[in-house]
Design a protein around this ligand. Sequence first.
Ligand SMILES: [Zn+2]
Ligand SMILES: [Zn+2]
Length: 483
Amino acid sequence: MATDSSSTTDKVDEEVIDPCDFAPEAAPEKTPAPPMKIVWRNVILFAYLHMAALWGAYLMFTSSMWQTNIFAIFLYIISGVGVTAGAHRLWAHKSYKARLPLRVFLAFIYTIAFENDIYEWARDHRVHHKYSETDADPHNATRGFFFSHIGWLLCRKHPEVIRKGKAIDTSDLLADPVVRFHKKFYLPLVLLCCFILPTIIPMYLWGETFSNALFVPTLLRFCFTLNQTWLVNSAAHMFGHRPYDKTINPRQNALVVLGAVGEGFHNYHHTFPYDYAASEYGIKYNLTTMFIDVMAWLGQAYDRKTASKGMIKARKLRTGENGVGQEQDVIVDAVQNGVLETSKMVQNGVDAVQNGVMETSKMVQNGVDAVQNGVLETSKMVLNGVSALSKAVQDSVNDIQKTLDVSDQDNVLETSKIVLNGVSDALSKAVRNGVNDILKATGATEDVDAPSSVHKRQNVVAQNGGGQTSSSVVQCGSGLKEE
Ligand SMILES: [Zn+2]
Ligand SMILES: [Zn+2]
């Protein structure tokens, strides 16, 4: 796990303390350029590689398996990190230190990219920084986009590159057994890592065809990674802002930042080449810096060097381009202030909501108490009312009992009979009147009271289609009459 030395970074407060001293030197004396010697073997190989990559791109969208496409993207990213975290930031710049397991891993993933052996890459890159944009720069961007992108690999090196390259101190590189091993066995290693494994892994692990495995994760991926790396030398030396040093060509290029896994902050990188993050903004948009930080957390990377904030700010003010650096500071400050203000507003809002919730809770509690009191009062009133009613009923019962005591029992019976007879008569009369009304309505004139008319009436009703209802009415009337 991380140790103290690996979990912190070394803040650098003085410019260019890097032991390799990558500050650009004055341009070597301009000498007439010798005639350019084209290396036709490389021209043919790179021409074939780019055509094969186009075919691979076609296969990627038409016939290769999705596992193969994911594998190709994975190889592009991992080999890109091999170049940026390994050959570039570790071996060329010594911007951090790595333990043996990490160095072996970086050498392995770097080899997938096939960008020369570690020793040669790191040495050429040191020459690039030290003699940037001069004849001694291997990919001198003042010779145009094509030369700095790929042209420098299609011709013999400028004599100045060779001469200055020999003068560069590379003792630290040769002291590393991983670099020596890589230099010695480069050819079989690159055949295995860049071509054989990327082709046979998709064939044997998920049954991809030989053609798809060769053209998509091998040749297309290889060509794509190469071009992303080359864009750092071409596009990032031509297009973009120069917030740190307007006197040099390297620029901040967002597209290169994304394509070259975090290496596009190139004006910053050439100004502070010893910073392991190769950017002022740490891990932001910088997969390589994230990788190194994770390795530091695992205890595999340590002594990461960074430029101090104060020094970066001072340098921006001193040499930054047209206030671009200051402008960025203003933007950063504005964003920070905005975040602070927003935080305060959110906090105030939260406080207000909490107070509101507390007030509402109190009001609800008061309401509940009032309702409870009301229910209690109502219950009391109901109980009082029931008690009063009970008492009144009891008094009435007592009165009735008293009345019965003084009255004759026969009178009660007689009264009951009278009441019952009255009810019976009234009911009978009402029914008779109802029946007579129905009979009148149906056209009959006989009085239902005359017994002889009953059967006639039944016939009339039956003939008129009265049915069940009329018959039952007549029967009912007949019954009443008999009683
Ligand atoms: Zn560099
Ligand atoms: Zn550069």
